[in-house]
Design a protein around this ligand. Sequence first.
Ligand code: ADP
Ligand code: MG
Length: 319
Amino acid sequence: MGLTLTGSPDEPDLLFLPWDVPLEDWPPDLVVSLPRGISRHIVRFVQVNDRVYAIKEVEQPLAEREYHLLFDLNRRAVPAVEPIGVASGRTDADGEPLPACLVTRHLQFSLPYRALFSSTPRASTVNRLMDALVLLLVRLHLTGFSWNDCSLSNTLFRRDAGAFAAYLVDAETGEMHSRLTEGQRHHDIDVAAVNVTGELMDLEVGGALHPSMDPLTLGDQLRDRYAALWNELTEPLAIGSGERFLLDARIRRLNDLGFDIAELQASRSENTVHVQPKVVDAGHHSIRIRRAIDPRHPARQARTRRGLPRGAGASVVRV
Ligand SMILES: Nc1ncnc2c1ncn2[C@@H]1O[C@H](COP(=O)(O)OP(=O)(O)O)[C@@H](O)[C@H]1O
Ligand SMILES: [Mg+2]
């Protein structure tokens, strides 16, 4: 069987990329030079017509697994790069097999977190970057996703309508569960803190880290800020009589952070009401509704134009 491009390839010209050449040897006129984090695999950015894609050479089962995880995260509106497809069945000019490729849409105007830390951000910027990273981790955990490899290279930064936003870029080690246990969450944060500290130490050794930044302190900050936000979102609230404003304030704060309360469980003992909020990502609902009803939404347009079935992951193109 020849080359297969599976997924939602919204750009037919993707098929005409030189899939029979190892990614490392793709011609320079095709490859776009943009900042990249540190990676295990060969990753290249290519421009096809007016769009830029990231292509990662990786064995087929891993490429497909990552495609599906990214698809799931996008469906749940968690900030992550958008999967486009998996190219498999590649062979070189001599008929020798080549690894598969995962194709994602390059996240426009983004920079890897690592690149930001190797410049000299101000302390207030570092705090905002940390908060954006922690917010991403909390969002992932609320959907039941454990990343297992959060790092400065696996996270992209972008300004979204002025706000700092962090996006997941590498889901290879991730796992989707119906919900995460406390142990799974703690493990994920430990890995994140160790990775972040390690990468900052790397930069420090290379003389690329501002002397005011201490890798160990920043790793600890990541744990502390995560714990603070998680507790703020999920801890039960005890409200005495006449303290209804506490609940209002909590809901306002959750909304400001981009979350909604799907459900409130309340129980009463004596004069105190104990409220347990079930928090969900607000984007989850609004983005799904927008996709479903808005004919101008890019995801719908692309499918309507090319006659692809709704629900990415459904189309297979063989050449
Ligand atoms: N869709 C994308 N948009 C922007 N940058 C990307 C995208 N995909 C990959 N990258 C960049 O390429 C780097 C390596 O990709 P990654 O998936 O982490 O590879 P690996 O699995 O080998 O670690 C990332 O650090 C990121 O900077
Ligand atoms: Mg990576």
